[in-house]
Design a protein around this ligand. Structure first.
Ligand code: DDH
Length: 373
Protein backbone atom coordinates (compact mmCIF):
# COMPACT_ATOMS: atom_id res chain seq x y z
CA UNK A 1 0.00 0.00 0.00
CA UNK A 2 1.45 3.38 -0.97
CA UNK A 3 1.78 6.30 1.41
CA UNK A 4 -0.56 8.48 -0.59
CA UNK A 5 -3.34 5.90 -0.45
CA UNK A 6 -3.16 6.16 3.30
CA UNK A 7 -3.21 9.90 3.47
CA UNK A 8 -6.89 10.43 4.05
CA UNK A 9 -9.25 10.34 7.01
CA UNK A 10 -9.95 6.68 6.39
CA UNK A 11 -6.29 5.86 6.53
CA UNK A 12 -6.30 4.07 9.86
CA UNK A 13 -9.40 2.10 8.96
CA UNK A 14 -7.88 1.13 5.62
CA UNK A 15 -4.73 -0.07 7.29
CA UNK A 16 -6.64 -2.17 9.74
CA UNK A 17 -8.76 -3.67 6.97
CA UNK A 18 -5.55 -4.63 5.21
CA UNK A 19 -4.10 -6.39 8.23
CA UNK A 20 -2.80 -9.61 6.82
CA UNK A 21 -2.70 -12.17 9.57
CA UNK A 22 -5.54 -11.65 11.96
CA UNK A 23 -9.21 -11.04 11.83
CA UNK A 24 -10.13 -7.84 13.64
CA UNK A 25 -12.60 -8.37 16.41
CA UNK A 26 -12.87 -5.18 18.33
CA UNK A 27 -14.85 -2.22 17.10
CA UNK A 28 -12.70 0.71 16.18
CA UNK A 29 -13.71 3.35 18.58
CA UNK A 30 -11.16 6.06 19.05
CA UNK A 31 -11.43 7.66 22.44
CA UNK A 32 -9.40 10.62 23.54
CA UNK A 33 -8.70 10.80 27.18
CA UNK A 34 -6.57 13.89 27.20
CA UNK A 35 -7.50 17.54 26.82
CA UNK A 36 -7.15 19.42 23.51
CA UNK A 37 -3.67 20.55 22.43
CA UNK A 38 -1.89 22.62 25.02
CA UNK A 39 -0.89 26.12 24.12
CA UNK A 40 2.26 26.32 22.06
CA UNK A 41 5.38 26.73 24.11
CA UNK A 42 6.49 30.32 24.01
CA UNK A 43 10.03 29.50 23.10
CA UNK A 44 12.42 26.65 22.75
CA UNK A 45 15.36 28.83 23.56
CA UNK A 46 15.65 27.51 27.08
CA UNK A 47 16.18 24.05 25.72
CA UNK A 48 18.70 25.13 23.17
CA UNK A 49 20.67 27.20 25.58
CA UNK A 50 20.56 24.19 27.88
CA UNK A 51 21.41 21.86 25.05
CA UNK A 52 24.24 24.07 23.96
CA UNK A 53 25.68 23.94 27.43
CA UNK A 54 25.07 20.22 27.70
CA UNK A 55 26.45 19.48 24.28
CA UNK A 56 29.50 21.64 24.78
CA UNK A 57 29.96 20.12 28.21
CA UNK A 58 29.32 16.75 26.65
CA UNK A 59 31.89 17.36 23.96
CA UNK A 60 34.46 18.08 26.64
CA UNK A 61 33.37 14.99 28.47
CA UNK A 62 33.77 13.05 25.25
CA UNK A 63 37.29 14.21 24.58
CA UNK A 64 38.46 12.88 27.89
CA UNK A 65 36.42 9.72 28.28
CA UNK A 66 35.17 8.23 25.02
CA UNK A 67 36.80 6.61 22.02
CA UNK A 68 33.79 6.74 19.75
CA UNK A 69 34.61 9.33 17.10
CA UNK A 70 31.17 9.29 15.50
CA UNK A 71 29.61 10.55 18.71
CA UNK A 72 31.86 13.53 18.71
CA UNK A 73 30.66 14.30 15.21
CA UNK A 74 27.02 13.92 16.25
CA UNK A 75 27.45 16.14 19.26
CA UNK A 76 29.23 18.56 16.95
CA UNK A 77 26.16 18.68 14.74
CA UNK A 78 23.98 19.53 17.71
CA UNK A 79 26.41 22.24 18.78
CA UNK A 80 26.47 23.60 15.24
CA UNK A 81 22.68 23.78 15.17
CA UNK A 82 22.69 25.62 18.44
CA UNK A 83 25.27 28.04 17.07
CA UNK A 84 23.18 28.53 13.93
CA UNK A 85 20.38 29.50 16.26
CA UNK A 86 18.07 26.82 14.93
CA UNK A 87 15.11 26.62 17.25
CA UNK A 88 12.74 23.82 16.34
CA UNK A 89 9.08 24.57 16.93
CA UNK A 90 6.20 22.23 17.60
CA UNK A 91 5.61 22.29 13.82
CA UNK A 92 9.09 20.85 13.27
CA UNK A 93 8.37 18.01 15.67
CA UNK A 94 5.04 17.38 13.91
CA UNK A 95 7.01 16.93 10.68
CA UNK A 96 9.10 14.25 12.40
CA UNK A 97 5.92 12.65 13.77
CA UNK A 98 4.45 12.54 10.26
CA UNK A 99 7.58 10.98 8.79
CA UNK A 100 7.49 8.28 11.45
CA UNK A 101 3.78 7.69 10.68
CA UNK A 102 4.69 7.09 7.02
CA UNK A 103 7.39 4.63 7.95
CA UNK A 104 5.07 2.74 10.32
CA UNK A 105 2.70 1.97 7.46
CA UNK A 106 5.37 1.22 4.89
CA UNK A 107 6.13 -2.16 6.42
CA UNK A 108 5.26 -4.46 3.51
CA UNK A 109 5.37 -8.07 4.68
CA UNK A 110 7.07 -7.27 7.98
CA UNK A 111 5.21 -9.00 10.82
CA UNK A 112 1.56 -7.92 10.76
CA UNK A 113 2.12 -5.14 8.23
CA UNK A 114 3.23 -2.40 10.62
CA UNK A 115 6.41 -1.20 12.26
CA UNK A 116 4.31 0.40 14.99
CA UNK A 117 4.72 -2.27 17.68
CA UNK A 118 8.48 -2.54 17.39
CA UNK A 119 8.76 1.26 17.61
CA UNK A 120 6.68 1.26 20.78
CA UNK A 121 9.03 -1.34 22.19
CA UNK A 122 12.09 0.76 21.30
CA UNK A 123 10.64 3.76 23.15
CA UNK A 124 9.77 1.61 26.17
CA UNK A 125 13.16 -0.15 26.37
CA UNK A 126 15.03 3.12 26.02
CA UNK A 127 13.03 4.56 28.93
CA UNK A 128 12.50 1.54 31.17
CA UNK A 129 16.13 1.31 32.26
CA UNK A 130 15.57 4.13 34.74
CA UNK A 131 16.62 3.71 38.35
CA UNK A 132 15.04 6.30 40.63
CA UNK A 133 17.69 5.83 43.36
CA UNK A 134 20.79 6.47 41.27
CA UNK A 135 18.84 8.58 38.74
CA UNK A 136 20.60 6.70 35.95
CA UNK A 137 19.08 5.23 32.80
CA UNK A 138 15.87 6.37 31.15
CA UNK A 139 15.26 8.04 27.82
CA UNK A 140 17.57 11.04 28.19
CA UNK A 141 20.76 9.79 26.57
CA UNK A 142 19.49 7.11 24.15
CA UNK A 143 22.30 4.84 25.29
CA UNK A 144 20.88 1.82 23.43
CA UNK A 145 22.84 3.18 20.47
CA UNK A 146 25.94 1.77 22.11
CA UNK A 147 27.01 -1.83 21.97
CA UNK A 148 26.86 -2.95 25.56
CA UNK A 149 23.20 -1.91 25.80
CA UNK A 150 22.24 -2.69 22.18
CA UNK A 151 23.39 -6.26 22.74
CA UNK A 152 21.48 -6.84 25.98
CA UNK A 153 19.24 -9.90 25.51
CA UNK A 154 16.09 -7.86 26.22
CA UNK A 155 16.88 -5.58 23.28
CA UNK A 156 17.19 -8.34 20.69
CA UNK A 157 15.44 -7.29 17.48
CA UNK A 158 15.28 -3.59 18.35
CA UNK A 159 17.97 -2.95 15.74
CA UNK A 160 15.04 -3.07 13.29
CA UNK A 161 13.46 -0.06 15.02
CA UNK A 162 16.76 1.78 15.54
CA UNK A 163 17.67 1.36 11.86
CA UNK A 164 14.29 2.75 10.79
CA UNK A 165 14.76 5.75 13.06
CA UNK A 166 18.26 6.32 11.71
CA UNK A 167 16.65 7.21 8.38
CA UNK A 168 14.52 9.82 10.13
CA UNK A 169 17.54 11.15 12.01
CA UNK A 170 19.33 11.71 8.69
CA UNK A 171 16.37 13.80 7.49
CA UNK A 172 16.01 15.72 10.76
CA UNK A 173 19.55 15.83 12.19
CA UNK A 174 18.62 18.47 14.77
CA UNK A 175 16.50 16.06 16.83
CA UNK A 176 18.14 14.08 19.62
CA UNK A 177 17.87 10.29 19.53
CA UNK A 178 15.99 10.21 22.82
CA UNK A 179 13.41 12.68 21.53
CA UNK A 180 13.18 10.83 18.23
CA UNK A 181 12.68 7.38 19.75
CA UNK A 182 10.09 8.51 22.28
CA UNK A 183 8.26 10.65 19.71
CA UNK A 184 8.19 7.59 17.43
CA UNK A 185 6.61 5.60 20.29
CA UNK A 186 3.99 8.33 20.69
CA UNK A 187 3.31 8.40 16.93
CA UNK A 188 3.03 4.60 16.84
CA UNK A 189 0.53 4.45 19.72
CA UNK A 190 -1.57 7.33 18.40
CA UNK A 191 -1.54 6.19 14.76
CA UNK A 192 -2.53 2.66 15.81
CA UNK A 193 -5.75 4.19 17.23
CA UNK A 194 -4.49 4.51 20.78
CA UNK A 195 -4.98 7.39 23.22
CA UNK A 196 -3.10 10.66 22.97
CA UNK A 197 0.27 10.47 24.73
CA UNK A 198 1.37 13.87 26.07
CA UNK A 199 4.99 14.41 24.99
CA UNK A 200 7.58 17.16 24.98
CA UNK A 201 11.14 17.47 23.65
CA UNK A 202 14.30 18.05 25.60
CA UNK A 203 16.36 14.84 25.70
CA UNK A 204 20.02 15.05 24.72
CA UNK A 205 22.38 12.54 23.18
CA UNK A 206 24.66 10.92 25.71
CA UNK A 207 27.74 8.77 25.66
CA UNK A 208 28.67 5.14 25.95
CA UNK A 209 29.74 5.64 29.55
CA UNK A 210 26.12 6.44 30.41
CA UNK A 211 24.82 3.10 29.09
CA UNK A 212 22.99 1.05 31.72
CA UNK A 213 23.99 -2.40 32.99
CA UNK A 214 22.12 -5.48 31.79
CA UNK A 215 19.15 -6.71 33.82
CA UNK A 216 17.14 -3.51 34.25
CA UNK A 217 14.28 -4.58 31.97
CA UNK A 218 11.74 -7.24 32.97
CA UNK A 219 12.41 -10.95 32.48
CA UNK A 220 9.29 -12.62 31.06
CA UNK A 221 9.91 -15.91 32.82
CA UNK A 222 9.52 -14.40 36.31
CA UNK A 223 6.68 -13.70 38.73
CA UNK A 224 4.98 -10.86 40.62
CA UNK A 225 7.95 -10.06 42.89
CA UNK A 226 10.20 -9.52 39.92
CA UNK A 227 7.65 -7.28 38.19
CA UNK A 228 7.39 -5.15 41.33
CA UNK A 229 11.17 -4.97 41.77
CA UNK A 230 11.67 -3.81 38.21
CA UNK A 231 8.82 -1.31 37.98
CA UNK A 232 9.04 0.08 41.53
CA UNK A 233 12.68 0.82 40.70
CA UNK A 234 11.40 3.07 37.90
CA UNK A 235 8.97 4.71 40.33
CA UNK A 236 5.75 3.01 39.21
CA UNK A 237 3.03 1.39 41.38
CA UNK A 238 0.88 -1.73 40.87
CA UNK A 239 -1.82 0.12 38.96
CA UNK A 240 0.74 1.60 36.57
CA UNK A 241 2.46 -1.77 36.08
CA UNK A 242 -0.85 -3.24 34.93
CA UNK A 243 -1.76 -0.23 32.78
CA UNK A 244 1.64 -0.29 31.03
CA UNK A 245 1.46 -4.04 30.44
CA UNK A 246 -1.62 -3.46 28.25
CA UNK A 247 0.84 -2.43 25.52
CA UNK A 248 0.98 -6.14 24.77
CA UNK A 249 -2.24 -5.61 22.84
CA UNK A 250 0.35 -4.74 20.20
CA UNK A 251 2.86 -6.78 18.29
CA UNK A 252 4.16 -10.24 18.84
CA UNK A 253 6.99 -12.33 20.20
CA UNK A 254 9.64 -13.59 17.79
CA UNK A 255 11.40 -16.85 18.40
CA UNK A 256 14.65 -15.51 16.98
CA UNK A 257 14.57 -12.51 19.32
CA UNK A 258 13.19 -13.40 22.75
CA UNK A 259 12.67 -17.13 22.24
CA UNK A 260 8.90 -16.70 22.74
CA UNK A 261 6.49 -16.90 19.83
CA UNK A 262 3.20 -15.35 18.75
CA UNK A 263 0.87 -12.38 19.30
CA UNK A 264 -1.23 -11.56 22.37
CA UNK A 265 -4.32 -10.40 20.49
CA UNK A 266 -6.13 -10.87 17.18
CA UNK A 267 -5.57 -7.21 16.28
CA UNK A 268 -1.85 -6.69 16.97
CA UNK A 269 -1.57 -3.39 15.12
CA UNK A 270 -4.47 -1.66 16.87
CA UNK A 271 -4.42 -0.33 20.42
CA UNK A 272 -7.36 -1.91 22.25
CA UNK A 273 -8.00 -3.35 25.72
CA UNK A 274 -8.22 -6.80 24.13
CA UNK A 275 -5.12 -7.93 26.04
CA UNK A 276 -7.00 -7.57 29.33
CA UNK A 277 -10.25 -8.96 27.97
CA UNK A 278 -8.50 -12.03 26.59
CA UNK A 279 -6.64 -12.61 29.86
CA UNK A 280 -10.02 -13.00 31.59
CA UNK A 281 -12.17 -14.43 28.80
CA UNK A 282 -9.94 -17.15 27.39
CA UNK A 283 -8.74 -20.32 29.03
CA UNK A 284 -4.95 -20.22 29.08
CA UNK A 285 -2.91 -23.41 29.08
CA UNK A 286 0.82 -24.00 29.03
CA UNK A 287 2.08 -24.48 25.51
CA UNK A 288 3.71 -27.81 24.81
CA UNK A 289 6.80 -27.09 22.82
CA UNK A 290 10.56 -26.97 22.99
CA UNK A 291 10.64 -23.23 23.65
CA UNK A 292 10.51 -21.25 26.92
CA UNK A 293 7.42 -21.57 29.14
CA UNK A 294 4.53 -19.59 27.67
CA UNK A 295 0.76 -19.93 27.61
CA UNK A 296 -1.61 -20.33 24.68
CA UNK A 297 -5.36 -19.87 24.41
CA UNK A 298 -7.07 -23.25 24.53
CA UNK A 299 -9.66 -22.33 21.89
CA UNK A 300 -7.52 -21.26 18.91
CA UNK A 301 -3.98 -21.95 20.15
CA UNK A 302 -2.95 -18.94 18.07
CA UNK A 303 -2.53 -16.40 20.87
CA UNK A 304 0.06 -16.31 23.62
CA UNK A 305 0.71 -14.94 27.10
CA UNK A 306 4.06 -14.67 28.82
CA UNK A 307 4.38 -15.89 32.41
CA UNK A 308 4.62 -12.19 33.42
CA UNK A 309 1.37 -11.44 31.57
CA UNK A 310 -0.45 -14.27 33.32
CA UNK A 311 0.70 -12.95 36.70
CA UNK A 312 -1.64 -9.99 36.16
CA UNK A 313 -4.66 -12.25 36.71
CA UNK A 314 -3.05 -14.34 39.45
CA UNK A 315 -1.77 -11.66 41.82
CA UNK A 316 -4.68 -10.15 43.79
CA UNK A 317 -3.55 -6.55 43.57
CA UNK A 318 -2.66 -6.71 39.86
CA UNK A 319 -5.90 -8.56 39.07
CA UNK A 320 -8.05 -5.79 40.53
CA UNK A 321 -6.67 -3.29 38.00
CA UNK A 322 -6.61 -5.77 35.12
CA UNK A 323 -10.35 -6.31 35.63
CA UNK A 324 -11.08 -2.59 35.52
CA UNK A 325 -9.18 -2.34 32.21
CA UNK A 326 -10.87 -5.47 30.79
CA UNK A 327 -14.24 -3.89 31.54
CA UNK A 328 -13.46 -0.41 30.27
CA UNK A 329 -11.19 0.54 27.40
CA UNK A 330 -11.81 4.15 28.31
CA UNK A 331 -10.37 3.66 31.81
CA UNK A 332 -7.39 1.86 30.39
CA UNK A 333 -6.75 4.52 27.73
CA UNK A 334 -6.78 7.19 30.43
CA UNK A 335 -4.34 5.38 32.71
CA UNK A 336 -2.18 4.04 29.89
CA UNK A 337 -1.78 7.52 28.40
CA UNK A 338 -0.65 8.93 31.74
CA UNK A 339 1.72 6.07 32.58
CA UNK A 340 3.33 5.97 29.12
CA UNK A 341 3.86 9.72 29.15
CA UNK A 342 5.62 9.37 32.53
CA UNK A 343 7.60 6.35 31.29
CA UNK A 344 8.94 8.21 28.25
CA UNK A 345 10.15 11.06 30.46
CA UNK A 346 12.06 8.91 32.95
CA UNK A 347 15.60 10.12 33.49
CA UNK A 348 15.12 13.50 31.86
CA UNK A 349 15.81 16.44 34.20
CA UNK A 350 12.74 18.70 34.18
CA UNK A 351 14.79 21.78 33.32
CA UNK A 352 15.76 20.18 30.02
CA UNK A 353 12.19 20.21 28.72
CA UNK A 354 11.19 23.10 26.47
CA UNK A 355 7.77 23.48 28.02
CA UNK A 356 6.34 22.90 31.49
CA UNK A 357 3.26 21.20 30.00
CA UNK A 358 3.72 18.36 27.50
CA UNK A 359 2.28 18.78 24.02
CA UNK A 360 -0.53 16.77 22.49
CA UNK A 361 0.65 15.88 19.00
CA UNK A 362 -2.13 15.81 16.39
CA UNK A 363 -2.62 12.55 14.50
CA UNK A 364 -2.19 12.49 10.74
CA UNK A 365 -5.97 12.19 10.36
CA UNK A 366 -6.55 15.21 12.57
CA UNK A 367 -4.04 17.23 10.55
CA UNK A 368 -5.87 16.28 7.35
CA UNK A 369 -9.19 17.32 8.87
CA UNK A 370 -7.69 20.57 10.08
CA UNK A 371 -6.44 21.37 6.57
CA UNK A 372 -9.91 20.81 5.11
CA UNK A 373 -11.54 23.24 7.52
FE1 DDH B 1 6.84 -6.15 26.20
N1 DDH B 1 7.69 -7.83 25.42
N2 DDH B 1 7.30 -6.77 28.07
N3 DDH B 1 6.13 -4.39 26.95
N4 DDH B 1 6.51 -5.50 24.32
C1 DDH B 1 7.73 -8.18 24.09
C2 DDH B 1 7.22 -7.48 23.04
C3 DDH B 1 6.61 -6.25 23.17
C4 DDH B 1 7.88 -7.96 28.40
C5 DDH B 1 8.45 -8.87 27.52
C6 DDH B 1 8.30 -8.81 26.15
C7 DDH B 1 6.05 -4.06 28.27
C8 DDH B 1 6.27 -4.93 29.33
C9 DDH B 1 6.86 -6.18 29.23
C10 DDH B 1 5.91 -4.30 23.99
C11 DDH B 1 5.65 -3.24 24.84
C12 DDH B 1 5.78 -3.29 26.23
C13 DDH B 1 8.42 -9.43 23.97
C14 DDH B 1 8.71 -10.16 22.66
C15 DDH B 1 8.76 -9.84 25.24
C16 DDH B 1 9.49 -11.11 25.63
C17 DDH B 1 9.97 -9.61 22.00
C18 DDH B 1 10.24 -10.32 20.70
O1 DDH B 1 10.36 -11.55 20.70
O2 DDH B 1 10.34 -9.62 19.68
C19 DDH B 1 7.81 -8.15 29.83
C20 DDH B 1 8.38 -9.34 30.57
C21 DDH B 1 7.15 -7.06 30.32
C22 DDH B 1 6.76 -6.83 31.73
O3 DDH B 1 7.20 -7.64 32.63
C23 DDH B 1 5.91 -5.98 32.15
C24 DDH B 1 5.69 -2.69 28.42
C25 DDH B 1 5.56 -1.96 29.76
C26 DDH B 1 5.52 -2.19 27.15
C27 DDH B 1 5.18 -0.79 26.73
O4 DDH B 1 5.30 -0.45 25.59
C28 DDH B 1 4.69 0.20 27.68
C29 DDH B 1 5.57 -4.31 22.58
C30 DDH B 1 4.84 -3.19 21.83
C31 DDH B 1 6.01 -5.52 22.07
C32 DDH B 1 5.87 -6.04 20.64
C33 DDH B 1 7.15 -5.78 19.87
C34 DDH B 1 7.09 -6.32 18.45
O5 DDH B 1 8.17 -6.34 17.84
O6 DDH B 1 6.03 -6.69 17.97
Amino acid sequence: MSFSALRNPLRAAARRAAQPKFQLRSNFNRKFSTPPPAAEAKSNTALWVGLGAAAVGGAGYYIYTSNDASNAVKSGVQVAKVKANFVPTKEDYIKVYNRVAEIIDDAGDYDDGSYGPVLVRLAWHSSGTYDKESKTGGSNYATMRFDPEAKHGANAGLNVARDLMEKVKQEFPWISYGDLWTLAGVAAIQEMAGPKIPWRPGRIDGFEAQATPDGRLPDATQGADHLRNIFYRMGFNDQEIVALSGAHALGRCHRDRSGFEGPWTFAPTTVTNDYFRLLFDEKWVWKRWDGPKQLEDKKTRSLMMLPTDYVLVQDKSFKKYAKVYADSQEEWFKDFSKAVSTLFELGVPTEQFVTPEPWIMPTVDEQQEEKKN
